[in-house]
Design a protein around this ligand. Structure first.
Ligand SMILES: CC(C)=CCC/C(C)=C/CC/C(C)=C/CC/C(C)=C/[C@@H]1[C@@H](COP(=O)(O)OP(=O)(O)O)[C@]1(C)CC/C=C(\C)CC/C=C(\C)CCC=C(C)C
Ligand code: ATP
Ligand code: MN
Length: 263
């Protein structure tokens, strides 16, 4: 990315990471809805040019230079509010909404920074939809990677109706035994996540040419976590799926070449 865009993405990343840390981090047990309200007030202040600390200042600088909208930031805080009380998702619709709040929003935050290609004939709406899809795909992948870890925190980010259809119960998740039923269920979940990645990939060609490589590379790196879950024979209860260094390194030049072809 250009240096200006890189700094802006950093600033957005830091804000997202700090927001996530409020509910996931070491002090999360002290975080109440009130604390999140204060965090939202602080967000409004920095958007109006009144940053509270240096990290906020980096984001205030970003929003003064790029046409970033405040709504996806507010929506991410809403996702953190959900995380404070909600630990079950009855259907994919409910889960999708959660994924939008905590990750789809990132796509909407970053498109104004990465820019749409001036010569692209795609509508801005279709590019935002692809960006949204990448956030959803990443979050679904994150969830499928962390089933065991989340269950040990009492959380199940899987559609309970689909679990029931597969003949599985909450207890099966807590017991964490890899059975044929589980493998079959996981195959379906992985397939759906891949559809969102495919949707996102179509949008990459319409981004400003300088932004394509980092986006395509990160898309490919994260998507390979799904392959790693398969390679672990769907044991996402006790084995963490990850993409090794060699595979990561190899993806970079391949993504570079593909991003260049797409221009
Ligand atoms: C180039 C690029 C990838 C830019 C995005 C950088 C950015 C601002 C990232 C913010 C990520 C963040 C900290 C989000 C907070 C909530 C959260 C933690 C979500 C999960 C990320 C993975 O984090 P991790 O594996 O560390 O998770 P744990 O906390 O350890 O469990 C998420 C799974 C979501 C991240 C979502 C994205 C990176 C969306 C990216 C979308 C785009 C860049 C749009 C691209 C545009 C088109 C047209 C395809
Ligand atoms: N808008 C921004 N978004 C993200 N990071 C930023 C932004 N502006 C500055 N930074 C980073 O914050 C750090 C401090 O910035 P600063 O401009 O003060 O640079 P510096 O390295 O301290 O140089 P100098 O000594 O010339 O001030 C640098 O690492 C810079 O890349
Ligand atoms: Mn997290």
């Amino acid at each position: 990315m250009t240096p200006e865009r890189r700094k802006a993405v950093w600033a957005i990343y830091v804000w997202c990471r700090r927001t996530d840390e409020l509910v996931d981090g070491p002090n999360s047990s002290y975080i109440t809805p009130k604390a999140l309200d204060r965090w939202e007030k602080r967000l409004e202040d920095l958007f109006e040019g009144r940053p509270y600390d240096m990290y906020d200042a980096a984001l205030a600088d970003t929003v003064s230079k790029f046409p970033v909208d405040i709504q996806p930031f507010k929506d991410m805080i809403e996702g953190m509010r959900l995380d404070l009380w909600k630990s079950r998702y009855r259907s994919f619709d409910e889960l999708y909404l959660y994924c939008y709040y905590v990750a789809g929003t990132v796509g909407l935050m970053t498109v104004p920074v990465m820019g749409i290609a001036p010569d692209s004939k795609a509508s801005a709406e279709s590019v935002y939809n692809a960006a949204l899809a990448l956030g959803i795909a990443n979050q679904l992948t994150n969830i499928l990677r962390d089933v065991g870890e989340d269950s040990r925190r009492g959380r199940i980010y899987l559609p309970l109706d689909e679990l029931a259809e597969a003949g599985l119960t909450e207890d099966d998740i807590f017991r964490g035994k890899v059975t044929d039923k589980w493998r079959k269920f996981m195959k379906g979940q992985i397939q759906r996540a891949r559809l969102f990645f495919d949707e996102a990939e179509k949008g990459v060609a319409h981004l400003d040419s300088a932004s394509r490589w980092p986006v395509l590379a990160s898309l490919w790196l994260y998507r390979q976590i799904l392959d790693a879950i398969e390679a672990n024979d769907y044991n996402n209860f006790t084995k963490r799926a990850y993409v090794n260094k060699a595979k990561k390194l190899l993806s970079l030049p391949v993504a570079y070449a593909r991003a260049a072809v797409a221009s």
